[in-house]
Design a protein around this ligand. Structure first.
Ligand code: 5GP
Length: 246
């Protein structure tokens, strides 16, 4: 398998073609951004932590019946994935009130949301990812009603699996953002699931274990990513995600 030309470069990941038309390579770079790219830095090893945590979660979800784009890790930063036609939706599942819903609605920070709340934003930085509703998603032809139903069901399944897994490590899954794509007619989980796209709180101390440390200058973000990556992956697997054999 050979890496070919750059297909797309986002704020923290680059996507490359391969010699197989059905596969792509996602490179997790060391770049970190917040506030629509208004805050930017490059932090050594950040790509490695996010790639390996994403690979760990994708493998776990696949084992439990969630279809994902993950195939295998190629090295510390590069993931081989199935090519999907991405759906420009940011699907956010919230178990506790935090972040934008506390700023925009009368929720108290940390109050539980039972059942979990799904919020779907339109993935478009130039419009600042505006929130959608089902009618808008269908009117914009971003997904059919059947696809939307599948997307929401998959998002709730991911939430339930990851909340349970993280709770065992003493971590509360407060909220997270995922993205889906289509492989033929099948809806598949794509993009990443990492400390950049989740809000994680230590069960005992309430300490932030995610990108909020960077967003709000709460401490040493790389020390946090290092600790949380070990905490998430270490008890189950001593090494990193499965690597391609030379
Ligand atoms: P909020 O709407 O509170 O800012 O974010 C809710 C959750 O979704 C957080 O875990 C946050 O990290 C994630 N999230 C929302 N928008 C984005 C985005 O554009 N990129 C990434 N990586 N995560 C996002």
């Amino acid at each position: 398998m050979k890496q070919k030309g750059l297909l797309y470069a986002g704020k923290a990941k680059s996507v490359y073609r391969t010699d197989n038309a059905k596969h792509l390579i996602v490179e997790f770079r060391d770049d970190i951004t917040a506030f629509d790219g208004g805050k930017k830095d490059t932090l050594k090893n950040k790509g490695n932590y996010n790639a390996n945590v994403s690979a760990f979660f994708f493998s776990y979800l696949e084992k439990h019946g969630v279809r994902t784009h993950f195939i295998r890790m190629l090295d510390e930063n590069r993931m081989l994935v199935k090519k999907l036609t991405m759906i420009p939706l940011e699907v956010i599942v919230r178990n506790f009130a935090a972040g934008s819903i506390v700023r925009n609605y009368p929720f108290r920070e940390g109050s539980p949301l039972r059942p979990p709340v799904i919020v779907i934003d339109y993935k478009d930085d130039s419009r600042h990812d505006p929130m959608l509703n089902d009618d808008l998603i269908i009117a914009l032809k971003l997904a059919t009603p059947e696809e939307l139903k599948k997307i929401k069901a998959a998002a709730l399944k991911v939430n339930s699996l990851l909340s349970t897994l993280l709770k065992k490590q003493g971590i509360t899954l407060v909220d997270f953002k995922i993205e889906f794509g289509k492989a033929g007619k099948a809806i598949c989980l794509g993009d990443e699931i990492s400390m950049d796209s989740m809000r994680l709180w230590d069960v005992k101390t309430g300490e932030s274990l995610d990108k909020d440390v960077y967003r709000f200058d709460k401490g040493d973000v790389m020390a946090t990513y290092h600790r949380v990556a070990r905490r998430i992956m270490a008890p189950k697997k001593k090494g990193k995600a499965k690597r391609e054999k030379k």
